[in-house]
Structures are given as structure tokens and as C-alpha cells.
Design a protein around this ligand. Sequence first.
Ligand code: MRU
Length: 367
Amino acid sequence: MNVDGKEMRPIWPDEDMKTVKVIDQRLLPHEMVIADLKSLDDIIVAIKEMYVRGAPLIGATAGYGVYLIVISAPDPSIPDDYLKRECERLKAARPTAVNLAWAVDRMLPKLLAARTPAEKIELARNEARAIADLEAENCRQIGEHGLPLIRDISEKKGGQTVNLLTHCNAGWLACVEWGTATAPMYAAHAAGIDIHVWVDETRPLNQGARLTAWELGKAGIRHTVITDNAGGHLMQHGQVDMVITGTDRTTCTGDVANKIGTYLKALAARDNNIPFYVALPSTTFDWTLRDGVAQIPIEERDPDEIRYIQGYENGTVKSVLVPPAESPAGNYAFDVTPARLVTGFITERGVCAATEADIRRLFPERR
Ligand code: MRU
């Protein structure tokens, strides 16, 4: 995406092909810091500590992680047991976004089948790049398929502003390019449709207030940051025409894991007859799971992310304690919205209902 006149992705390999560069998203929107990742350990820290986050970007980072595993093998023959062990370590970095395992599982068998170390290195380099490019292209297509949904609403409203609501950040920072939930917004804006986006701040790490608001602002899209609990009120008062979120993992039956609080938005949307769409690339479907609530692992993060609020003042990041120092906190990072509350999925192949039959209609190779 274009940031202040410069085309940027949130991840790219350095020219020497020994370093992976990422935007350190922890400091946005106040500081643009680029982190250098030179080893698998660096990649794991970047995923765990959320320099990089969002399912498709975690997948792309994993792709480059596998590349770093290959080029930094202590034994120049790059033995199979080393590759398998290090890939398992990488897959354990964060539990919920399925793109992490998807990327590693796409690369590892190909690497094990490659005959020479030189072949392995070339293959890993090409695959890592291909995964990032694939996620970017998926998102572009999600934008094309989501646009008619927004255009329909605009036409029904006689060209009046279409008010969208989104939760967390499923923008280009989370997805390499365009974003999933934001791609239809960019497409609608480019098509001249008048849109305005309600941006949930998304506690505790404020990905909405920090990242989505920053992205939309850079793109010139009108938006308003709201508290996580404001959506229901706005829906009751006719201020939301459509909800679009991303997802970290969606079962083949249509249950959606996404940032904590998404489920409550879906409940409020259903109560107010507001369409609730989830935008995702096929890489975020988990074709092995059928019951999202029972089976999708929900990450629990450091309670200090709740207890301390981070902000920016006089050029420095500050952390402030909010609850009594002795109060414990529980930091559940995701929740699961059951398929019955989801109006439809916007994918790179088109829009489908949140049913197994309709998902598999779009992806018949998964039947
Ligand atoms: O914890 P995060 O920031 O990695 O969570 C990811 C999200 O922002 C999701 O909620 C998002 O909608 C799915 S990733 C496109």
C-alpha cells in the first residue's frame, strides 16, 4: 500500500536475502520502525510479541521463517530431522491463526522432497515470496467480490453514506496488501461510493484504534473510532448498514474465530437485522475442524496487556496501570462466532453463505 508516497508491504526480504524486514506494528501509528529478523528465533519473537499479526501476515511471516530455517541450517546438508524440528517450533508460535500452520505445511513436504541443499534454498526462497504474493492477490480479489455488497446498500440508500463497522485490524498490515475486511472498503471508496467506517478500538491492544484508523486515514476513507461496546447502540439507531470483519480461523462448517468481541457484534447485528459478513482468503479456512467453539484453540495472552494501557506522549510510548495492582486479569485474545450468526463469507472466489455446502461449492477441491 502507499504510505506517504512510498509503496510498502508489512514484510519483505532484504536485498541480501539473509534478513527479513517487517514493520514493527507495536509502535504504529506513532512510529514507523522496521525490524530486522535474521533467524527463526527472531521470527518467533516477532509473531509472539505481535510485531507482525493478523492471520495472512502471520502465514507470510511463517513462509519467510521457513526460509530462514533453511539458510541458517548448522549442517550444510540441511537434514530432514532439523527441518521438521524447527518447523514444529515455528508452528507453535501462536495458536489461533491457522495460516501459520498452513504456510509451514505447504512448504515442508516440498523441502523434504528437494534433492540438494541448493534446491532447498531456492525452493524456500520462491515459496516464501509466493505465499506473500498469494495473500496479496487473495485480498485484492476479496475487494472485488465485496464491492457489489456495498454498492447494493448504497443504491438502496439512494447514494447516501453507507456506514460500515469493523472490529480489530483486518487491513493490509494484517494481510500483506489490501486487507480482508478492508479490501471491499478500499474498492468501494475507489468506485466513488460514499462510505464511513465505525472502527472498534479493540482492547486490549487497540488494533482498531491504532492500526485500522491509521490505514483508513492514509487512504482518505472517513472513519470514527468507537469503544468496543458502542456498536450495539449504533446498530439500534440505524447507524450501521453492514458489519465486515476478518477472521483468524474459520471451520469448514462456517464457525468464525476472530478478535475477542466479534461474537458480541454478531449477536447485536442479528438482533438488529444488519448483515454480518466475514472476509477471508481460503488460507484461513481450517478444513479439518467442524465445531469452532469446541475445537478452535483460543490464545490467552499476558494479563498485563489488559492491566496496562499503552499510549504515546511527548515522543515516547508510555504504559499506565489501570486496575488495582493486585487485581488479576484474564486476556482471551479471540472468540468464536457461530456460523448461524454470519450472513456470508467474502472470499477470493466470491461470496458464499456460512454453510458447509456453500463453502465447498466455492472450493470444490475440498469436497
Ligand atoms: O491478535 P491479532 O492482532 O493477530 O488478531 C488478528 C486480527 O486482527 C483479527 O481479528 C483479524 O480480523 C483477522 S486477521 C485478518
